[in-house]
Ligand binder design. Structure first.
Ligand SMILES: Nc1ncnc2c1ncn2[C@@H]1O[C@H](COP(=O)(O)OP(=O)(O)OP(=O)(O)O)[C@@H](O)[C@H]1O
Ligand SMILES: [Mg+2]
Length: 487
């Protein structure tokens, strides 16, 4: 805490506290690490806010993590509890000291510590204070949750901009709505100096798209990248129910030279000339399911997303899967990416794998063998990816849309508005490192407001996302239909 601030600290005289309606707030601590307090209603002390507690040994910064009202002698008071943030070791218990809302400069100093370089926006309750996240905290998995329209994709875009600007962490984004395809360029209205430094940082953002166009190369995968088990899953084969075909497929694939498995037609031709009845059955299955006609296959010399990622080591790849109508193709792309990242894990090249609408490719209740395989691969990365530098950032509307085994490995929560009380309770239970009353507050969040907690934000922060530097991809449908003429 600053010396200048220290000088303003004062101890409230005992016996004078809370006896009049405008009496100041009082605090006490039974352990020197946490505190409790009592104040008048409207005293300026907010849930999630910072306070200065005037301990006898000197002022201490605290954060309020729970609050409730109580009635005392006919008027209503607020009482609450919180954490002392910078108490020295061995801080003794204290009683009957004053507590005030911390001034903005003090909060800015606290949040501006070394390493907290990601500026996502401003604090919800202190609009002049920059909300800051610790870049290093993205070496853990992150869950971004909020209901439809709460501002997840907008905030995710802002976060990706900051990660490009302030870190060297490579980003691989699975983007099912084409929302992040403009991450490489700034909006027209951006300040020229900011635009110049952003353009430099984002110079190597590659966009790969299901439907290639100017500025976007084709987003493609090949058969081999799915792995033998992934190919079987794509063909809807179950190792037990379909054991004959499954086994023939495994042996058939092993007999084809490695390059032969890259293209479906080559593999089918190899199966045809083998003259094996089971392999003929598999050829029928491929054709009946339309697997040979999938748009995601790399034809001729087209490079796959994994080849671009591993070969060029770009700063960021946006994989716009919005043009793949069939969910199967989007899932196959995710599986190919996960398999190749895992196969390359020994390279220990750190990355953030960002999956917007994560339930699309990693659903809590997979419906077919391919989805089950994708979930299995996400679960493996959620459990073991961190030690190889593979970090996840998963965005979804509700916690129960994603598998519990995946979510339980997330050490960061970025929570936007959640209307459902049941979902908030589930989030509080699953993310035990976040004070439950702050999770509950998410029911009141407005557009773009969020709670960030975990390794990226050791103090839970309530914030409002700042303006984007880059244009949004798929904008919401305008609501001008709501008004007929001028009124
Ligand atoms: N911080 C913000 N400032 C200004 N506009 C915002 C902000 N956040 C979101 N919006 C706007 O609100 C709308 C909904 O936001 P967004 O698409 O990010 O929601 P979402 O949570 O991703 O929804 P869904 O789950 O349906 O994808 C968009 O039109 C977006 O431009
Ligand atoms: Mg969205």
């Amino acid at each position: 805490m600053t010396k200048a601030y220290r000088a303003t600290g004062m101890v409230w005289p005992k016996g004078m506290l809370m006896e009049t309606p405008d009496a100041p707030a009082v605090a006490w601590s039974i352990d020197g690490r946490t505190f409790s307090y009592r104040s008048q209603l409207g005293g300026g002390v907010q849930l999630g806010g910072y306070v200065v507690v005037e301990a006898p040994q000197g002022p201490l910064l605290g954060q309020v993590l729970s609050q409730r009202s109580l009635e005392d002698g006919g008027h209503r008071l607020v009482t609450g509890d919180g954490q002392l943030l910078d108490a020295p070791p061995g801080q003794p218990a204290f009683d009957q000291v004053s507590l005030t809302a911390a001034p903005d400069e003090l909060i800015a100093e606290r949040l501006g510590r070394r390493g907290a370089t990601i500026e996502l926006g401003t604090l919800r309750d202190a609009a002049t204070v920059e909300a800051r996240l610790e870049a290093k905290g993205f070496n853990r998995h992150t869950f971004l949750c909020g209901q439809s329209g709460s501002g997840k994709t907008y905030t995710l875009g802002r976060l990706l901009e900051e990660l490009l600007l302030r870190t060297r962490l490579p980003l691989l984004v699975l983007d099912p709505n084409g929302d992040h395809v403009h991450l490489g360029r700034t909006r027209d209205a951006t300040d020229p100096a900011v635009a110049a430094s952003y353009t430099e940082a984002a110079g190597d953002v590659r966009v790969l798209s299901a439907e290639p166009h100017e500025g976007a190369d084709p987003l493609r995968i090949n058969l081999r990248e799915l792995g033998d088990v992934g190919i079987a899953a794509l063909l809807q084969l179950d190792p037990i129910v379909d054991r004959m075909e499954y086994n023939a497929l495994l042996h058939g694939l092993r007999q084809i030279p490695r390059e032969g498995v890259e293209r479906v037609e080559t593999a089918l031709e190899a199966f045809r000339v083998a003259g094996d009845e089971m392999l003929d059955q598999i050829r029928l299955r491929v054709e009946n399911l339309g697997v040979d006609r999938m748009a995601a296959w790399a034809l001729r010399s087209a490079r796959t997303i994994s080849e671009v990622w591993a070969g060029d080591e770009p700063r960021a790849v946006i994989a716009d899967t919005s043009g793949f109508e069939a969910q199967r193709e989007r899932t196959a792309v995710a599986v190919a990416v996960l398999e190749q990242l895992w196969a390359d894990r020994k390279r220990r090249r750190p990355l953030l794998l960002v999956v917007d609408e994560a339930h699309d490719v990693c659903p809590a209740e997979p419906q077919d063998p391919l989805q089950r395989f994708a979930v299995d691969r996400f679960t493996r990365i959620a459990g073991e990816g961190r030690k190889y530098g593979i970090h996840l950032l998963l965005a979804s509307q509700r916690p129960d849309k994603l598998p519990e085994n995946v979510l339980s490995q997330c050490d960061n929560l970025l929570l936007m508005r959640v209307n459902s009380a049941g979902d908030r309770a589930a989030l509080a239970a699953m993310f035990g490192f976040v004070p439950p009353e702050l999770v509950e507050l998410s029911g009141t969040f407005g557009l773009g407001e969020s709670l960030v907690a975990g390794k990226v934000s050791p103090d839970p922060q309530l914030l409002r996302t700042g303006a984007r530097l880059t244009p949004e991809g798929g904008a919401d449908i305008p609501t001008d239909w709501a008004v007929v003429g001028e009124r």
